[in-house]
Design a protein around this ligand. Sequence first.
Ligand code: FES
Length: 84
Amino acid sequence: MTAPIFRFKGRAIPFRPGESVAAALDAAGVTLLGHDALGQANRYFCGIGACQNCVALIDGVVRETCLTLAAQGMVVVPMEDAGG
Ligand code: FES
């Protein structure tokens, strides 16, 4: 049985059911989620939705990757690549 996947920057990221997007990215070795408007690294930090450092465009909606459960076929785009 193959693991479900979502896409981040075109890369297939496998995840376990119930895993957050941020946790799955971290497990896949993705520690940089992009950069903010000041050029600071966006990353998985607090894990509880407090710091807003992990936000990304998820299926067209800005969401915290640490609070969003991964889903099959989901598309995750760094904010710097989201055009806004
Ligand atoms: S890691 Fe802090 S809000 Fe997601």
